[in-house]
Each structure stands twice: as C-alpha cells, then as structure tokens.
Design a protein around this ligand. Structure first.
Ligand code: ADP
Length: 326
C-alpha cells in the first residue's frame, strides 16, 4: 500500500493538460497505425490484383504466340500454294505456246489450200463445191483467230505484252483490214460500208499491229453475228479532234443478232459468250472483246457498245492522237 502511494506520488507531476496531450498522442498513434495497417492491406490487395493481371497477360501472350504459330503455318501453306500455282501457270503457258505454235503452220496451209481451191486455182470447181470450200475457209479462219487469241491472252497474263507506238494513218489501216475481210463478207453476202472525214485525219500514235487486231475482231464479229445480206457500217469520226487532248472515234454498227440486255454487263469478260451467240456460232473463244478492250485501254482510249433499237449492235472505241510520254 505504501509502495502504490509512492508510485502515485511519483506521477503527481502529471497535471491535467499533460494528461490530455498524452491521450491525444496515443489517439493519433492509434489513428496512424490504423491508417498504416489499412494501407498495408490495400497494398497487398493491389499486389494480388497486379499478379492476377500479370497472369492474364501471360495467358493472352500464350494465346497470341499460338495464333502467331498458326498464322506462320498458314503463310507457309499459302507460299507453297502460290509456288504450285506459279508452276501450273508456267506449265499452262508453255502448253499454250507450244500447241498454238504447232497449230499455226498446218492451219495456215489448210487455209491457203481452201482459198486456192475456192478460187479455182487448183482446177475448176462448181458452185456447190465453192460454197463448201468457202465454209471450210471461214471455219479455218476462225480456228486461226482462236489460236491467236489464246496466244495473245497468254502474253497478257505473263506480262510479255510490249507496245510499239508509231504515227499511223488510221484510215489506211482500216481500209487494209476491210480488204482482208472482203472475202468473208462476200461469202455471207454482208455489205461493208466505210465512212471517214473527207479532209482525212492527222496521223495517230498507235501500235498498228494491235489496233489491227481490234479492228479485225470487231469487224469479223459484226459479219459473224449478222444475217445473210446484212449491212455493216464502219465510221471514223473526227469530232473529238479539237477536244481536250484530241481523239478520234471509230464505230462499227451491224444489224445482227444483238446482245441480250441481261447479259450486257458480261460482254467484255474473258471467255464470255452470250447465249444467242453460242447458238448462232458454236465456234468462238469469247476472248476477242476482252483482248480488244485491253488493247484500247493500253492506248489510253475507251471501248464500249450500244444495243440498237432494231436489234443490232454498235461497238465504238476512241483513241487519243498522242500517247503521253512516261
Ligand atoms: P467470240 O466472238 O469468239 O465469241 P468475242 O470476245 O469477240 O468472242 O465476243 C464475245 C461475245 O460478245 C460474243 O460471243 C457475243 O456474244 C458478243 N458479241 C460480240 N460482238 C457482237 C456483235 N457484233 N453482235 C452481237 N453480239 C456480239
């Protein structure tokens, strides 16, 4: 008892304000330690959350690597398929080149034999025989055209399609093509008319051989798809000479079978032949217009066709006078 009194008397220096200060400090310490503990808890939760995110990221990464591997495999597959396709393309090209070159010489011989016989140069032939020989000549010409078209498309596909632009007299070129096709038109009794500006035309920068192919194809089609005694009008117009860059327009109009409206959109497609054409002329490749439009476009011109009210067709193309230097 005496001892406790001593202790209390030892603390007697603690007056009231000091007591409250001590209480305050204790309170603050408790408060801070509470905050500290809560902070610790939050940090731990943060850490857990981060660890979860890291795990998720690792999962995503794994998935990504898997997808990457799959993509790489697909790319490899595609490269192999591409290589196979290239080999096939080369084989096809070689096949076309060899067969068409092998076909051209005998076909030319057959053509000239038919021609000479039909003209009576190998002995007299009567009217009926002449008719058969002329049909043989037309068919041979068609096969020659198809062979040439196959070769041309192959050259287009393989990029061996260089153009040689030179100033050319377009009217003379068209007259030459008409002369070539006279025989064919006569056999079918189709009249070919040519109209061109009386003042002539300035020389035009074209690849003569390619534009000859276009003209042959369009005029040949107009004869082929015309009935007997049909009329084909070929017109060269200089209306565009003074416009912008200056151009000429050529149109070939026939009174033939026409192009069915519902098939019009496909006419310039590779290998496309309209149903009425297939019926009328089983021989045909559907390549002529595809090639012709490509040639005109490579001259920076345009090609189109118009369906005529009376059932015929008008094919037109424009050619600029000059080719832009690149
Ligand atoms: P092909 O004449 O060998 O079939 P083209 O490429 O020259 O091939 O022509 C494609 C198609 O366009 C023809 O099959 C035909 O349906 C149509 N066509 C072309 N020219 C004419 C024309 N003058 N009159 C009617 N149809 C035509």
């Amino acid at each position: 008892m005496i001892y406790w009194i001593n202790i209390l008397s030892d603390f007697s220096f603690i007056n009231v304000p000091t007591f409250w200060v001590v209480i305050g400090i204790v309170f603050l310490l408790a408060l801070f330690s509470g905050h500290y503990l809560e902070g610790q808890r939050n940090a731990e939760e943060d850490l857990k959350e981060k660890a979860k995110q890291v795990k998720e990221l690792e999962e995503i990464n794994k998935e990504f690597q898997q997808k990457n591997r799959e993509l790489y495999a697909k790319e490899l597959e595609l490269t192999m398929a591409n290589r196979r396709l290239q080999t096939l393309e080369e084989t096809k090209s070689k096949f076309i080149s060899v067969t068409t070159h092998q076909l051209r010489t005998p076909l030319a011989a057959i053509k000239w034999t038919f021609d000479m016989m039909a003209k009576g140069q190998l002995g007299e032939v009567n009217e009926e025989q002449t008719k058969f020989l002329n049909n043989g000549l037309i068919s041979t010409n068609r096969v020659i055209t198809i062979v040439n078209e196959l070769l041309r498309v192959d050259k287009m596909d393989t990029g061996q399609d260089n153009f040689n632009f030179k100033k050319t007299d377009l009217i003379q070129l068209i007259k030459g093509v008409l002369l070539e096709l006279t025989n064919q038109a006569e056999i079918k009794k189709v009249t070919l008319n040519l109209a061109f500006p009386t003042n002539g035309l300035p020389e035009i920068e074209i690849d003569e051989n390619r534009i000859r192919i276009v003209l042959e194809n369009l005029i040949d089609n107009s004869i082929k798809y015309s009935p007997e005694n049909g009329i084909v009008d070929i017109q060269i117009s200089d209306d565009g000479l003074n416009s912008g860059e200056g151009s000429v327009k050529v149109s070939i109009q026939d009174s033939g079978i026409g192009i069915p409206k519902e098939e019009s959109d496909r006419i310039f497609e590779k290998f496309f032949r309209a149903s009425n054409a297939v019926q009328k002329e089983p021989d045909g490749s559907g390549l002529g217009l595809f090639i012709s439009r490509d040639i005109i476009q490579k001259h920076n011109g345009t090609m189109w066709f118009e369906r005529l009210d009376d059932g015929g067709t008008k094919f037109c193309f424009t050619l600029p006078l000059h080719q832009k230097k690149v």
